[in-house]
Design a protein around this ligand. Structure first.
Ligand SMILES: [Zn+2]
Length: 61
């Protein structure tokens, strides 16, 4: 599992970076449609900040 935080702080978790990019893009369209970030920026954001999600992530408690 891979995890990335949206620039708004929302945590997105998915199977791999490709799925993460799709989910972050979908979240961004829904949560902040006025945001100007494009697909390339989303991919860069994931490349720079995505992490492997542990089995028992800190946010699960
Ligand atoms: Zn967001």
């Amino acid at each position: 599992m891979r995890a990335v935080r949206c620039w708004c702080g929302e945590l997105i978790v998915s199977d791999d970076d490709g799925a993460l990019a799709r989910e972050l893009a979908a979240h961004a369209r829904e949560a902040h449609p006025d945001d100007e970030r494009g697909e390339d920026e989303i991919r860069e954001h994931i490349a720079a900040t995505a992490e492997d999600a542990p089995d028992r992530p800190p946010w699960a408690y």
